[in-house]
Design a protein around this ligand. Structure first.
Ligand SMILES: Cc1ncc(COP(=O)(O)O)c(C=O)c1O
Length: 385
């Protein structure tokens, strides 16, 4: 059966160029990049080139890029590492803000600051499209606010946040803006300046790099202190031997993603709009979430009354479609997605479709037909059709 993979927001397939770079680097540059021998210098050279490429793409200085083990670690470094750096400088800023629709890694890192370090935490709500109101953030930031942590695009719905306006609200009180751009680096033209961010986190697996490589970049005001210590690597911001091969492959993946940015955006935007239009027309009692404009081009989220999300995912999988039923933090718990709950929208029978540029209109139409048949069949089975 021809499989159609619609879960790019969880893990984008490894790009062939990145796979090649990974194999080449693992063969040629496996040594410790801090060592002075020839093997070490080869690894250093590759690491420096990858850092320069990625930092340039994100509008940062390469000295202000920190490689991590993925988006989750980058986010933790931003949330907990910025607090640690401020404490070390003797700053008395002990208040942080995040939105209710953040990825679980951001929510839990902020919660940890509150419970383990005694910080005040304000979690701001969103409207029915999943957007944060900059005025709501402006109303809660204070003179002692250290940072506001907000995503660029929501991982479940695709809603883009008004980061520039949020930056203004932060900077008025001297707070930092950390943007979790895990869903948009490599998907949209993202730079520190363009987002107004002081800290920006990203995940290589979301744009076709190898799994387990993430990064945090710092703007001129961004400061972090390491969360684990042990050596002087990465300007003492993150200890431990770097995954040079993975990092080299991540840089290649970002270059390829950036080269196709415009075409990948346009083709997916057409498909996204078609799905938003055709899904509710194909079957009754559906809700498509998120805004029509100001959205990630490759994410569509839809809920259906009278069906179970996991059953729907299972049936679609059998029909050849790989989709996801909700946020990764909620999928094991059986609880409705915190994102949909915060938006106040239908949480039943939820699936997220996240697609790459090769998913075309004909495939989207075929998906809509299968989806509608599947929803009807499940409703009949449940005695509701
Ligand atoms: C918005 C967002 N932030 C952070 C993460 C965590 O990234 P990783 O899976 O690389 O740890 C994800 C992953 O889905 C995400 O979507």
């Amino acid at each position: 059966m021809n499989r159609i993979y619609l879960d790019h927001a969880s893990a984008w397939p490894l790009r062939p160029e990145a796979r090649q770079a990974l194999a080449d680097a693992a063969t040629m540059a496996w040594a410790d990049p801090t060592r002075g021998h020839q093997e070490g210098r080869a690894a250093r050279d590759l690491l420096d080139r990858a850092s320069a490429t990625v930092a340039f793409a994100l509008g940062a200085d390469e000295r202000d890029l920190v490689w991590t083990s993925g988006g989750t670690e980058a986010v933790h470094l931003a949330v907990l590492g910025s607090a640690r750096a401020a404490e070390r400088r003797g700053e008395r800023r002990r208040h942080v803000v995040c939105s209710a629709v953040e990825h679980s890694s951001v929510l839990r890192a902020c919660e940890r600051l509150r419970t383990e370090h005694g910080y005040d935490l304000d979690v701001v709500g969103v409207d029915a499209s999943g957007a944060v109101d900059p005025d709501a953030v402006a109303a809660v930031v204070r003179d002692d606010t250290l940072a506001v942590h907000v995503q660029h695009a929501n991982h479940e719905i695709g809603t883009l946040q008004p980061t520039h306006e949020l930056a203004n609200a932060c900077h008025r009180v001297g707070a930092l803006l950390h943007v979790d751009a895990c869903q948009t680096v490599g998907q949209l033209g993202v730079t520190l300046d363009q987002l107004g961010a002081d800290l920006l986190s990203a995940s290589g697996a979301k744009f076709g790099g190898p799994r387990g490589v993430g990064l945090l970049v710092l703007g001129p005001r961004g400061r972090i202190a390491a969360l684990q210590e042990g050596d002087e690597r990465q300007r003492r911001r993150r200890a431990g031997l770097e995954d040079v091969a993975g990092i080299a492959a991540t840089a290649v993946a970002l270059e390829v993603a950036r080269a196709e940015l415009q075409t990948a955006y346009s083709s997916r935007e057409v498909v996204r709009r078609r799905l938003r239009e055709r899904l509710p027309a194909a079957v009754e009692d559906l809700q498509v979430h998120g805004p029509l404009a100001d959205a990630h081009p490759g994410i569509v989220a839809v809920s259906a009354l009278y069906v179970d999300g996991e059953a729907l995912v299972g049936e679609l999988d059998r029909a050849g479609y790989a989709v996801h039923s909700g946020s990764s933090c909620a999928s094991d718990s059986g609880r409705p997605s915190h994102v949909l709950v915060a938006m106040g929208v239908l949480t039943h029978g939820h699936v997220r479709l996240s697609f790459g540029p090769s998913f075309d209109l004909a495939q989207a139409d075929a998906f809509v037909a299968t989806y509608a048949d599947t929803v009807r069949a499940l409703r009949r089975r449940g005695g509701l059709g």
